[in-house]
Every structure is written in structure tokens, then in C-alpha cells.
Unconditional design. Structure first.
Ligand SMILES: [Ca+2]
Ligand SMILES: [Ca+2]
Length: 246
């Protein structure tokens, strides 16, 4: 319902006069509309609507300040020494303006980075990886450390997760990684797959995979250096959409 405007009240008063209505009737109608306007326009605030879906790429925080960007909302950017080891936030900014930004550990990898622009971007170096527009990339560490994008559930519920991990590098061994979605750091019930640009699948998809999470539970999207135990040319893209369905 639209709030009555001052213009409406003025017109109503005019109509009342034109119809030669008794003054009290005209005034009564005008007063009712004025009261309606006060009631409606006086209620300018409303309860915040809870968000029930998340997108890793569009919500990537490009700020260079770790205090404000990591964690950022439901997302944290970090790494683990092994598959289900402790999560460490990656607090060393990665900046390649205007193309990409992200977070790594102090030695540079593992790292998570993001194409900040709506055009494709080739990374830096002699053999750069290729990032589609707004892509999120994870790169594992030299000794098998995992790059981890962590989602922390804001409320109890059933969370549906869809997306894919995909190769970003075709140089030499190409992207050769093991990829995971792990709830609460437990391997049981996890999604696992492999990306192998030259020797296997160039991507691995997960569709409508459901996880029961309590408030504060974690869902970790992880990339390791794969079966060849070599981290070179291992940048792996991630599309991840999360929807709370119950
Ligand atoms: Ca590898
Ligand atoms: Ca590789």
C-alpha cells in the first residue's frame, strides 16, 4: 500500500469544497488520510531479512586489511598443514592491482586469490595461470599444505552446496590437485575429487550436496597438491554457492 501524500490530502480537501460537502465531512475525510500518512510513513524501519544464500566469488573481500577482511562475514581465507589439521587464517595480503587480491600464508603459499575484475586475467610470472572474470583461485603449499576457503554457518540448518573446482593452469604438469569439501574438519561425509588438467578431469563438480550444520559449524573448501605431490602450476578455481534450505 502506498502512503497518502500531502498532494492527496490537498486534492481531497479541494474535492470536498467542490462538492460543497459539509465542512465537517470534508475535514473528517482529510483527517483520516492524514492519519494514514502519519501511520505509514512514520514506520520507516523494518526488521533485517536473514540472508540464506552465499556465493564465494561475489562475496570475496578484496580489502587489504586483514582485520576487516579475514574473516569476512561467513567466509575465512586460510590454510591447513594436512587435510584435517588446524585451520590457520592466511593473513599475508596478495595484491596485484588492478587484477587480483587475496590472502596467503607468510611464505606465499598456500594462498587464495580473486580476480577483482569482470574480464579474464592471466596471473603474474613466466607461466601465468588463467582466471575467468571474478574467479576465486586456491593454490596449495610446497609440502602438501591445503589452501582453505572456510564457510562458517550463521545458524542451525540444512545447507545445500553446488559448484565446481576447475583447472586454471595448463603449463607443464598443469593443475593436478585433490579437492575437498569438509564439514567440521571430519573426513567422514566429505566431498572429494581430483583435478588433473592433462591426465584426467579438468574439473570436478558438486551439485546440491547437503550438509547439516549447527550455528558456528564449518564447511571447508580445500585444495591440496594432488597425487603427484607437486604444487607447481596447481592453481584451482572454485565456484561455490551455498543455500540454507531448512
Ligand atoms: Ca600437483
Ligand atoms: Ca601441477
Amino acid at each position: 500500500m502506498k502512503a497518502a501524500s500531502a498532494e492527496t490530502i490537498r486534492k481531497l480537501a479541494f474535492v470536498g469544497r467542490a462538492l460543497r460537502l459539509p465542512a465537517f465531512l470534508s475535514n473528517l475525510a482529510t483527517g483520516v488520510v492524514a492519519l494514514q500518512m502519519i501511520l505509514i510513513t512514520g514506520t520507516t524501519s523494518f526488521a533485517a531479512i536473514p540472508v540464506t544464500c552465499w556465493d564465494a566469488a561475489s562475496e570475496f573481500n578484496d580489502s587489504t586489511n586483514p582485520d576487516t577482511a579475514n574473516p569476512s562475514g561467513a567466509w575465512s581465507y586460510g590454510w591447513k598443514k594436512t587435510l584435517t589439521d588446524k585451520f590457520f587464517p592466511a593473513l599475508t595480503p596478495i595484491n596485484d592491482p588492478p587484477n587480483s587480491s587475496g590472502w596467503g600464508n607468510a611464505s606465499g603459499v598456500p594462498k587464495i586469490f580473486h580476480n577483482t575484475r569482470s574480464i579474464s586475467h592471466s596471473g603474474s610470472g613466466v607461466n601465468p595461470s588463467a582466471l575467468p572474470p571474478h574467479a576465486v583461485a586456491l593454490h596449495p603449499g610446497l609440502n602438501g599444505e591445503y589452501a582453505v576457503l572456510r564457510f562458517t554457518a550463521p545458524a542451525d540448518g540444512t545447507y545445500k552446496v553446488s559448484g565446481q573446482f576447475y583447472a586454471m593452469d595448463d603449463h607443464e604438469t598443469g593443475t593436478t590437485t585433490d579437492v575437498w569439501i569438509i564439514a567440521n574438519n571430519e573426513k567422514t561425509g566429505a566431498f572429494s575429487g581430483r583435478v588433473d588438467y592433462h591426465g584426467g578431469a579438468k574439473w570436478t563438480s558438486f551439485t546440491s550436496k547437503e550438509f547439516q550444520l549447527k550455528k558456528g559449524d564449518t564447511l571447508d573448501f580445500q585444495v591440496g597438491y594432488g597425487a603427484n605431490k607437486n604444487y607447481e602450476y596447481d592453481s584451482t578455481g572454485l565456484n561455490a554457492l551455498i543455500e540454507k534450505i531448512k
